[in-house]
Design a protein around this ligand. Structure first.
Ligand SMILES: [Zn+2]
Length: 109
């Protein structure tokens, strides 16, 4: 993404989503868990992806290696946070408007 020509590394991601093509489950590996499987901030996502597997399938005795990995980049998380903030403030604004509409009438009675 933001680093053209360079492969993304774990230092840029917040978590990896591992979607299992066998059972359809999605597992989220936070950066802490990724470091537990031997990743560091400078490890390429493609390198650590090969070490990830579906824990549901592996507990059933299968390899659980038919997975597709999606990275959640830190910047995307910030964007989501910003969007969540916008939604929250919009809701707060609507609530304020409703309160204004109600109060003059209730004041008259
Ligand atoms: Zn699975």
């Amino acid at each position: 993404m933001a680093y053209p020509g360079k492969e993304a590394v774990l230092g840029q991601v917040y978590a990896l989503l591992v979607e299992c093509r066998d059972c359809g489950n999605t597992h989220r590996f936070d950066i802490k868990e990724l470091k537990q499987v031997g990743g560091s901030s400078s490890t390429k996502i493609s390198d650590v992806s090969g070490r990830l597997y579906c824990s549901d399938c592996s507990s059933e005795g299968m390899a659980g290696k038919r997975v597709s990995v999606t990275a959640i980049f830190i910047s995307e998380r910030d964007r989501l946070k910003a969007e969540a903030y916008l939604i929250n403030s919009r809701e707060a604004h609507a609530r304020e408007q409703r309160a204004k509409r109600v109060s003059p009438r209730s004041g008259r009675t």
